[in-house]
Design a protein around this ligand. Sequence first.
Ligand code: ADP
Ligand code: MG
Length: 477
Amino acid sequence: MSSPDLDLWLKVLAKIEAQLQRGQFITWFKDTTVLGRDGATVVIGLPLPMFLNWHLEHYRTLTLDTLREIDPTIEHIVYQVDVGLKDDPLRTLRLLEHFPEKQKMRKLPNKSEMKIAEGLTSKMGNSRYTLENFVVGANNRLAHAACLSVAAQPGGKYNPLFLYGGVGLGKTHLLQATGNAILRTTPNARILYTTSEDATNQVIEAIQHQKMEQLRRRYREVDVFIIDDVQFLVNKERTQEEIFHTLNTLLEDHKQVIISSDRAPKELSGLQDRLVSRFERGMIADLSQPDYETRYAILAEKSKEYGLLLDQKVVAYIAEHATRSIRQLEGILMQAVAQYELEHCVPTVKSIADMMLKLGDEPVVLQEPDTGFVSPPAHAVSFQELMEGVSRYYSVSVSDIIGQSRVREVLVPRHIAMYMGKKHLRMSFVRLGESFSNRDHTTVMHAVTKITNKLAEDPQLLREVRTLEREVGFVER
Ligand code: ADP
Ligand code: MG
């Protein structure tokens, strides 16, 4: 199938693609098309109502300029939402042909298993983890630098390398990434990645089948020995014994050993002293909680990996509220990806806030430390700030909130903005009416009453309003 309109649009897409980040381009231009042309006006089809605001705000000028470059007789564009576009196989096919990388980006990375010695497979080779895609911040700089150094020179001065830190802070990532980096420069290096639980099971099994000698030999044949979550060796006397002797042999042969744990060596009570002092003889680096900027950078990196470019406000919102661990950050991001893939719903601050509530990740409101001083009153929120907050939360432009549109996506935010203007800013109905395109004050009254009544019976709406109030910076009176 070929039509002048489609060809025109493919040319436009190729040009726009070159100017946008990949994820952004795919998110906002997939399933778009030219629906028709009327003289100097081109009708652009968008697959979802959601896209309309976004295109109007962000891509209108770019799209029009690009169309004009190709055909200078074009003067206007109008947008039309056509939900049928979303699942039109013909169009999707065209896009896939045109942008084959799109298929690759959407596939989530696989874990691959790799044989390192007969009878011993390792979980190494999860190529998703690299030292390059590990985001470095103050919380993990030393650990990352140590891994880089080990990757450049295995068995060198940082041996053993001992990393420790809480759950989800990147230990496994760094361990596997270091193994991957060594494999890249030395493809036939024998690398064993094991968790201390796996090691324990192997030891138990070897004892049962009288194959201890074999297991020992295999352990000692490797060039790089990586053991994750060593805290689980606590009270596993026999496994500790085996690991101790293995490490001794390997270290004597200048083979690289990398260990991770959830706490520092000296806090590993229940572990033999000689094992602990073995750990302490090399390089020790800790990983701690990332700060806001690092969380933001990690999210940006991860969303790029998954081919989903999130709006900056959304990234900022997640980074601000998901403070527990990087795994939590990733979990939320994956949910957002799934939401986008399954429901074709582009994540917004609101959808993320809803999702976090559902996951039980209620955004944390940090308490001011009790300093003994009375904290200054929260700064007064202006009408403009209220409107911007609502706009951000619902991904609807301020001009739409104030304007005349009566679609549901705009009506709800408008009514909520009016309600908050009344409740928090104590504006009169008349003033509010004036601020909303000179509406009559009775219209505002109706809206405020409607929201007030609804809040009493709709817990979902209540949560939305509470979250929004926090976002905008209103304090409870
Ligand atoms: P741990 O082993 O310490 O519990 P993981 O290594 O499994 O934590 O990390 C949890 C997730 O967070 C992984 O998907 C990992 O890729 C990611 N992650 C942690 N720290 C970083 C970082 N600094 N940069 C990028 N991703 C990170
Ligand atoms: Mg881990």
